[in-house]
Write a protein that binds this ligand. Sequence first.
Ligand code: CUA
Length: 156
Amino acid sequence: MHMHRLEKMWLTFGLVMLFVFLGVLGVSAFAMGLQPPSEHHHMIDPTKVSETAPFDKPGIQKVADKEYEAVMVAFAFGYNPDKMEVPVGSTVHFTVTSQDVIHGFEIPGTNVNMMVIPGEVSQVSHKFTKPGEYLILCNEYCGTAHEYMATKIVVK
Ligand code: CUA
């Protein structure tokens, strides 16, 4: 009889713990759902790219010694700016968005490869240790001239 009561007590305790656990899970999921998506994905209005900083002024600029920030806009079928140049050994922080459809952003010969999605800000950094002309290519099919969509960054 004693055992029976003890078992019941443990069963009750287990169930209470289960509900507490589920409650915590539910509350945290709810709290996460309440956070604005902009905090997670850097959302912008894809129809107002040309008016939204920093994309209102696409281009590359020096931010520190051997460190550059490139603000770029992908569109069908190209990238703005259409040519960039940095000294060898520079690290470039790319900040990219799309003003129309999903594009790619790949620099062959490097590990830079990301998607550029309308309404989202994509970021990647790369240190260019060897001189040369690096192509930046679109690797997401985006329309008739997709295969010609490219820009380049000259490292010297
Ligand atoms: Cu842009 Cu393919």
